[in-house]
Design a protein around this ligand. Sequence first.
Ligand code: SF4
Ligand code: SF4
Length: 77
Amino acid sequence: MPLVEINPDRCKGCELCVVACPQAILDMSKEINTKGYFYAKVIEQPRCIGCRLCAIICPDLAIDVSVNAVQYEFYSY
Ligand code: SF4
Ligand code: SF4
């Protein structure tokens, strides 16, 4: 099963990942992160299909997606 991990403190609340997710399983938290932004969170992890669109579109590299325990990395930093 795919696993989506969002680092709240890297998120700037742009909501691009929420719009990009074909399963509509991402939403914005009602709490703020250390930067003062409402951050994205996964609301229905079991429905994730591991497409990685959320991780690809995130401009702040805040999302990691693992499929079958393999973590895909788009950038090294
Ligand atoms: S990997 Fe795909 S289905 Fe899963 S949360 Fe990201 S965009 Fe949605
Ligand atoms: S795309 Fe990235 S920065 Fe934008 S809301 Fe999603 S996790 Fe946060």
